[in-house]
Design a protein around this ligand. Sequence first.
Ligand code: PMP
Length: 274
Amino acid sequence: MKIWLDGELRDAEGARVSVLDHGLTVGDGVFETLRTVDGRAFALTRHLDRLTASARGLGLPEPDLDEVRRACAAVLEANPVPLGRLRITYTGGLSPLGSDRGEAAPTLVVAVGEAPRRPDTTAVVTVPWTRNERGALAGLKSTSYGENVVALARARAEGASEALFGNTVGQLCEGTGSNVFVALDGVLHTPPLSSGCLAGITRALAVEWTGAKETDLPLDVLERADEVFLTSTLRDVQAVTRVDGRQLGDTPGPLTAEAMRVFAERAAADFDPR
Ligand code: PMP
């Protein structure tokens, strides 16, 4: 497998990032995960815009998007995978120990692997803590995913595949790697960006394509929602069958099934909406 590291393609096995890279020592970095089909990346421009916004939010030098585009193209060409997961990682680079970033040049890594298979339906749990939702990292796709890792491990231990976070004012926020939609009385809703959730690219397409409303939702909406589904790059739309102990009715329900249909149709017809 070939990866891109700091300006060139290299064998993944021989590619080395310093043990003093700020991404490793203090989680100082940002990333993107993109879906690829036959060597083409979905919504590349949106992902690069979000990468830039996340880097800006962390105070990292802005990534050179020409280089990132070249890196993505080179990695995809060197590693043919029918359905891929392309990962861009951009960190603070080689830095002194401690939180001070110093003057280091950032590290850029681009790699691709087979996309994991996601079933159409899944169970989720809620977790009793929040994630980066008010602080400096709010809404950024930074590599500080500690809470997400712990929350996902809890979900797995409870036989679920995703965990949902609330926020500090008791509203529904997002999953560890997904945004969340609920159907209430025939209307789809998703938490607004002000809830602290990530500006998911699939979320934005789902809002555009289904007309879902962006609504502040209390966390206990999950106890009465008619339908719940998740969105993310590697899922598109995934129907939720169970939230904590509560089994939802026929899954996917009608609005979820319609969202799945719209994604299958539109994302296939226009594979790269920017
Ligand atoms: N929230 C979080 C915390 C995520 O990591 C992801 C996955 N990138 C999402 C939401 C969904 O975003 P997207 O649709 O851009 O994959």
